[in-house]
Design a protein. Structure first.
Length: 94
């Protein structure tokens, strides 16, 4: 693997801090909501199993979309974006 194509870790951290400069609160809030939903899904015997399996893929896709938009487009993290994964349910589930 050619090292000319690798981004050094310090530069990745610097880019992440720059993207999060004014977005720490929203980013943390969205992450907490994501983890609370997955935590409730895992500990609730009524919801456990198939329901957890069905919602985990779209939620992970939405969470990824949030951070990709934050870094690539400098877009503020929004809670509703967390649920955008359900718009692409079939590809998120598989």
């Amino acid at each position: 693997m050619d090292s000319n194509y690798l981004t050094p870790n310090f530069q990745l951290r610097q880019n992440a801090r720059k993207a999060l400069t004014e977005n720490w609160g929203n980013a943390v809030l969205v992450t907490l909501i994501y983890f609370l939903i997955t935590l409730i899904c895992g500990f609730n015997p009524v919801v456990e199993g198939i329901v957890c399996l069905v919602i985990s893929g779209p939620l992970m896709l939405g969470w990824s979309i949030i951070y990709l938009r934050l870094v690539r487009e400098s877009q503020k993290p929004r809670i509703e974006t967390l649920f955008e994964g359900f718009n692409n349910f079939k590809s998120a589930f598989v």
